[in-house]
Ligand binder design. Structure first.
Ligand SMILES: Nc1nc2c(ncn2[C@@H]2O[C@H](COP(=O)(O)OP(=O)(O)OP(=O)(O)O)[C@@H](O)[C@H]2O)c(=O)[nH]1
Ligand SMILES: [Mg+2]
Length: 210
């Protein structure tokens, strides 16, 4: 399989609770997960940009659905190229305690509506902190993704905070917590070291080319 090369990326559309979702034609890859899990950091790492997606030590930073236009191609063997323009979708983080219940319900509605109504959505990555057991909200998001007809791919974030020897145990903890079997993909990733990025690029090529 070829290698994904991202030439350029820019923030294209920002949707609040009341905005109409864009009707883009390019394949959309969405990133979901609780607040502070590392969605924006992952998207920056994938786009090779330090701060295109805003990150913060303060949770609840991304309160909108942000669409990034990604100019990419797949570098095949023999130096051949296949253009693969994409849209990355940074979903608002859930489970942030300081947000009122009514506001977090609005976000939930926005995420669920997006998952069920986007015609261009091809795949959803669900980010979970590799160190922790999935929460009730994580399980709900996992169920929403499945219910919308997508096979979630889990990214276990902040892998730099774990010893390599602890990783496979944590992958089992995550699968068990979600009630999933060994076929569920769980990819460890670190935004600090970029470890695991190539595996995610490979999944993106697979998702976007089918
Ligand atoms: N050590 C470590 N820290 C990380 C990693 N990824 C993200 N962080 C840190 O975790 C915090 C939250 O990261 P964000 O990328 O803003 O998280 P988010 O999921 O976009 O959060 P919301 O926008 O609130 O939903 C920041 O302080 C990041 O620097 C990682 O792989 N390793
Ligand atoms: Mg964010």
């Amino acid at each position: 399989m070829g290698q994904l090369v991202i030439r350029n990326a820019k923030l294209d559309t920002v949707c609040g609770v009341t905005s109409k979702l864009p009707q883009g034609e390019l394949p959309e890859i969405a990133f979901a997960g609780k607040s502070n899990v590392g969605k924006s950091s992952l998207i920056n790492a994938l786009m090779n940009r330090k701060e295109l997606a805003r990150t913060s030590s303060q949770p609840g930073k991304t309160r909108t659905v942000n669409f990034y236009a990604v100019d990419a191609f797949v570098k095949e063997e023999e130096d051949e190229r296949t253009e693969l323009p994409l849209t990355f979708v940074d979903l608002p983080g859930y489970g942030y305690a300081k947000v009122s219940k009514s506001e977090s319900e609005k976000w939930g509605g926005m995420i669920e509506n997006y998952l069920n109504s986007s015609k261009a959505l091809r795949g959803v990555f669900l980010l979970l902190d590799l160190r922790h057991e999935p929460s009730a909200n994580d399980r709900m998001m996992y169920d929403w993704i499945n219910a919308a007809g997508f096979e979630p791919i889990i990214i276990g974030t902040k892998s730099d905070k774990l010893k390599r020897s602890q990783m496979s145990k944590q992958i089992s903890v995550i699968r068990k917590g979600l009630g999933a079997g060994s076929t569920l993909k769980v990819l460890p990733f670190s935004a600090l070291s970029k470890d695991g990025r190539d595996d995610i690029y490979r999944e993106i090529i697979r998702i976007a080319s089918t």
